[in-house]
Design a protein around this ligand. Structure first.
Ligand SMILES: N[C@@H](CCC(=O)N[C@@H](CS)C(=O)NCC(=O)O)C(=O)O
Length: 222
């Protein structure tokens, strides 16, 4: 692995960056993190050059070659560094993991944002019900297992856990507790955060909640 130069263009509050950091930590792959200082107002030349289409973090630079989109990055890492695999081996289980990855990517973050992005009571109520419906499906597929694919923390766990540092802010502005609705899913969050690879890669929920409050102020919601 000595010959591989890995850099992660990142931003401390981005749940998509956090999930890539968890994947790198789980696979014990060394890398350098390059933080964007002002993602909202002044993106770095390196980011603009590396992800000219979306201009989003995260971007992985592997020997200066850019790989964009967090889920795509994690699949790439699993292919290029096959030790400690994240995706299941069996084609059917792999297809299920990809199904849930796609569901999480499309649904979870926008549903949370719809809750904290408004002060309109009816909109918050609708957004909360939508968020909880998404959690219902995730809770259903988790079932009684420790992790989404069984006993081993893997691909789907990593994609979802990255987003959970934003959950306390979502719960605060939606005025609900996930554990009151889906205790097994809430227990999965606690179990996953107990892993060093997770707790050392994710930004604390307190810091994220303050960040959300700062964004709400920018939008005139506070
Ligand atoms: N689908 C992308 C989402 C990445 C994303 O939304 N990144 C945000 C930070 S959380 C970003 O770079 N935003 C900059 C912008 O919107 O201009 C992924 O999974 O990597």
């Amino acid at each position: 692995m000595g010959k591989d130069d890995l850099k992660l263009l990142s931003m401390w509050a981005s749940p998509f960056c956090m999930r890539v950091k968890v994947a790198l930590a789980e696979k014990q792959i060394p890398y350098e993190e390059i933080l964007e200082n002002d993602l909202l107002n002044a993106k770095s030349e390196l980011l603009l050059k590396s992800n000219p289409v979306h201009k989003h973090v995260p971007v992985l630079l592997h020997d200066d070659k850019p790989v964009a989109e967090s889920t795509n990055i994690i699949v790439y890492l699993d292919e290029v560094f096959p030790a400690k695999p994240l995706l299941p081996d069996c084609a059917y289980e792999k297809s299920r993991a990809r199904f849930w990855a796609d569901y999480i990517d499309r649904k979870v973050h926008p549903a949370g944002r719809a809750i904290w992005g408004t002060n309109d009571k009816d909109e918050v109520e609708t957004a909360k019900n939508n968020f909880l419906e998404i959690m219902m499906y995730l809770d259903g597929t988790l079932g009684d297992k420790d992790y989404f694919n069984g006993e081993t923390f893997g691909f789907v766990d990593i994609l979802l856990i990255g987003l959970t540092s934003w959950f306390p802010a979502i719960e605060k502005f939606g005025d609900f507790k996930l554990e009151d609705h889906y205790p097994k899913l809430a227990a999965w969050i606690t179990r996953s955060w107990a892993r060093e690879t997770v707790s050392e890669s994710l930004t604390s929920p307190e810091k994220i909640t303050n960040f959300v409050i700062m964004i709400r102020k920018m939008y005139g919601l506070e």
